[in-house]
Design a protein around this ligand. Sequence first.
Ligand code: MIC
Ligand code: SF4
Length: 642
Amino acid sequence: MGLTLTEKIIKSHIVDGEMKKGTEIGLKIDQTLTQDATGTMAYLQFEAMGVERVKTERSVAYIDHNTLQSGFENADDHRYIGSVAKKHGIWFSRPGNGICHQVHLERFGKPGKTLIGSDSHTPTGGGIGMLAFGAGGLDVAVAMGGGAYYITMPKVVRINLTGKLRDWVSAKDVILKVLQILSVKGGVGKVMEYGGEGVKTLSVPERATITNMGAELGATTSIFPSDRVTRAFLKAQGREEDWIGLEADQDAVYDEEVNIDLSELVPLAACPHSPDNVKTVEEIGGIRVDQVCIGSCTNSSLQDLLKAAHILKGKTVHPDVSLAIAPGSKQVYNMMAQCGALSDLIDAGARILECACGPCIGMGQSPNSKGVSLRTFNRNFEGRSGTKDAQVYLVSPETAAASAIAGVFTDPRGLGEMPPYVMPERFCINDNMVVPPAAPEDAEEVEVLRGPNIKPFPVNTPLADNIEAEVTLKVGDNITTDHIMPAGAKILPLRSNIPEISKHCFAVCDETFPSRALAAGKSILVGGVNYGQGSSREHAALAPLYLGVKAIICKSFARIHRQNLVNNGILPLEFVSESDYDGIEQGDELVIENIRDIILQDKDIVVKNKTRGTEIPVKCQLSERGRGMILAGGLLNFTKNS
Ligand code: MIC
Ligand code: SF4
């Protein structure tokens, strides 16, 4: 029986377990990436492990999220990351060089390699044929130290692409279509593997748009084959030697199949407040638009920005619209300048932002009250833009640019003939903003620079025999890590300071939660389905840990967040029967007796609701390693003990 592309890469990297679906496997990791908002914690954890030099083939630390520097905090974090990177063998991509996923695709990604990154959109690397996962900072720290990365052996879904996109229909519309079909939890436990005749009609950045937003499906990752298109891209990046050809065997067996005829797709938009709330642009109709943002790791390639520039050339942004554009990398920015397209954007009235995440993570450009904002980004969770009542729609660069001129939601297919995009024979290559690490013999001399905002991260204690705690918060379905630990310009600078950032935990749901949780001392939280979807931010586990959260009981968890809870020794419990969710209210006192013993022996778990006098069966599926981590109070303790 043949292998899928996913299975081939897993087979060549598996170091623990067997390729049996649903069981835990450990993979050797070739490359890692971090960004600044999660990087500080990852490097503090790496330092705590006491490894002198990274053991990966390539590890890169990017600065792209937190670039406003409205106080000393970000600048201190950047300086810390730069110095710790230099000391331990990590390449440092300076602020201004671009968004981690875009730069990694251009300069470092290699087909057939494994990559983990402390950012949920790391699967962008699947566009170039990498098996790339988003992970918590601690997992990245372990991988940098040469440890395996553990996942559940995924199911593989074949997304069969046929046909060719019609003019003004975009790669973004492909992934929005997949989200419409599968929903934000449709990818859980699965890898989305793209194949079929349609693949060769898509460029590497287009493929990367699709794999990037596979994160919004909750998928383990997404991947495209590595073919002639990949080779041409790498050649134009001056890295043809990094290419290898890779595809699934003809007789590979998939767990599921989805068929998409590219030629049937039309411009789509994800409506507020979820990436799977997808409608056609036509269906949405000409609603008034206040803001348009083009950029983010989903849609900021040269190809995307050239299309936007073509649409905007010689026009003026509608008087009621603010148009912000952030190129994905210095390479993109520079090439836009060299060919004059940047001038077309400026001329039309676009507000050019630095190449960074910017508005995507609420770092500036918050829309006006109740504002309608069209964004080429990947997440439109409530409040993420910094304006709670803003209505954020996720669209393609083509729809964004057309709407910025018209001032209303506009289907780009009315724009006439679309000029073909021809990839440059050679991209503008200048890696002068990537600082190489110190040579091993000089590493000892490098001083790690820490600012006063960098506080130690909390480490859990071993699991107690009994947990007795109040339910200090009960939330509903699809709670995102943006709810649990919001970002944005005010909060993001506190990422290195858990005591401070914890004051904002669950602020979107209930501002009184942090003080109530601290006063209670110990807490249990209750949630619905897909709890913790979205970002990989470990802070969504570290802040609850700091506030005394011992366990979370919900209907189901999102993958990366659940792993972050286990890594930090917080019990992830799931209702056996979803209807039991209704049997617990905020304020109830719960007791879980003999939990150490139960975890140790993998027995059934019963939660006693003292307030209501009921008993609720819950489950906690853990591998042997997972059990070890929960008992020890997290991965760091577990590693120290073993
Ligand atoms: C995001 O898009 O939410 C982020 C900001 O990139 C996060 C990482 C973080 O919270 O620092 C992610 O996707 O993992
Ligand atoms: Fe940055 Fe947004 Fe991409 Fe996250 S989704 S890495 S915030 S651009």
